[in-house]
Design a protein around this ligand. Structure first.
Ligand code: PEP
Ligand code: MG
Length: 317
């Protein structure tokens, strides 16, 4: 059962050769955070703050936000918690931020872009995150969703600095961000690959449409290439900044091996997936993961990439 499987995960992700891969959890609020901590997550790689306020039709006050975020921080004393600023729009509309009349919501004003049309909301959220972080033991990092350009990353980093938040990062979930990761990382400390949206935008296939599911997989060669390029960008120009993954890709044990082989340093997933991912990672060395990543990159289809890698992982057969 899931509970039995969770019990075997000792809370540290590492490969067979001891190479550490911190395994973090994706959470939507304090309740999830408590469960994730109990399941052994080493921190939070994605706090989806919009989930705290889905039912609201007005902007939550700073005090309400502080309370929501602090509940998450308190579940992870001494651990990293990556807070994502509101990702309103498309599949996660928030009445106080989202224009319901947009013809193409996935290509519309969503995520960081709401700062163009609702100025002030992002600054107030950063202020709330800073207040909530003050006086907790969690190491609070903050990141923006739906960043498309280095200028946006720079602007976000400036807002974070003004709020006293010292570890800004951005999500890489738009192909333009993957292709310009090196210049984005001149302005922020880390990036986190949101493979759900990165896949949707690379394949031009709505992530919510069942008939497009075969296109919408992060095993697609184009998506693997975008991940590879993001890591390459993170090592460009003398910097070596962390690249995490917080999309569903991290919860697929075979793909988790490929991601680590491609140079991703942390994986964040639903708490339910932690033990299965930890078990498969523990079955390979770093050179083996790198070979499997290289093998996946040779495939001409998502199906082939997945099959080739899974065949080489005895623990999955
Ligand atoms: C993603 O797009 O992969 C991601 C982690 O963000 P969300 O699923 O919340 O859009
Ligand atoms: Mg996303």
């Amino acid at each position: 059962t899931t509970t039995a499987a969770l019990a075997v995960f000792d809370g540290t992700g590492r490969l067979k050769d001891g190479h550490l891969v911190p395994l973090l959890s994706n959470v939507g609020g304090a309740k999830d955070a408590v469960k994730a901590a109990a399941a052994g997550a080493q921190g939070v790689g994605l706090l989806r703050t919009e989930f705290c306020f889905l039912e609201r039709d007005t902007e939550p006050t700073i005090a309400e936000q502080v309370e929501a975020y602090r509940g998450v921080f308190d579940a992870f004393p001494g651990k990293k918690v990556v807070v994502r600023t509101l990702d309103a729009g498309a599949d996660k509309p928030l009445p106080f931020l989202t224009d319901a009349s947009e013809p193409n919501p996935a290509l519309g004003v969503r995520g960081y872009r709401t700062d163009f049309t609702s100025p002030g909301v992002l600054e107030r959220q950063l202020e709330a995150i800073a207040q909530a972080a003050d006086g907790t033991e969690a190491q609070v990092w903050v990141m923006a969703p739906m960043i498309s350009t280095a200028e946006e990353a720079k602007h976000f980093a400036g807002l974070c600095a003004a709020a006293g938040l010292t570890t800004p990062g951005v999500m890489v979930e738009v192909p333009s961000a993957a292709l310009t990761a090196a210049s984005i990382l001149e302005h922020v400390n880390f990036v986190s690959l949101g493979t759900n949206d990165l896949t949707q935008y690379a394949m031009a296939a709505d992530r919510q449409l069942g008939p497009l599911a075969a296109l919408n997989t992060p095993w697609q060669p184009a998506v693997l290439q975008l991940i590879r390029l993001t890591v390459a960008g993170s090592r460009d120009e003398g910097h070596d900044k962390p690249v995490g993954v917080c999309g569903e890709a991290a919860a697929d044990p075979a793909l988790a091996v490929v991601l680590v082989g491609l140079g991703v340093s942390t994986l964040s997933m639903t708490a339910r997936a932690l033990s299965a991912v930890a078990a498969v990672l523990a079955s390979v060395t770093l050179p083996e993961a790198q070979q499997l990543a290289a093998l996946a990159l040779t495939a001409h289809s998502a199906t082939d990439a997945r099959r080739l890698v899974r065949e080489k992982l005895p623990i999955l057969n």
